[in-house]
Design a protein around this ligand. Sequence first.
Ligand SMILES: [Zn+2]
Length: 79
Amino acid sequence: MLKPYVLKPYNIPNPKKIMLKFKCKDVGFECGFVAKGKTEDEILSQCATHATKDHGMKPEEITDDLRNQIKANIHKSLF
Ligand SMILES: [Zn+2]
């Protein structure tokens, strides 16, 4: 017996599969770093780690201003 053909809802985005992405170069760095996560907080913490480790920034240099800039440049994408 063939299984009944089930239409897959390709056009309906599954909220569980939506990823947030942030590209470091979108805030002006010459850098190929991309943060990926499910929440803004995940992205922000990855960015904080990246900025201190790879851009030599001090934690106190990661200001609310910079966080807001990051948030403004977070893009949603499907897996
Ligand atoms: Zn970077």
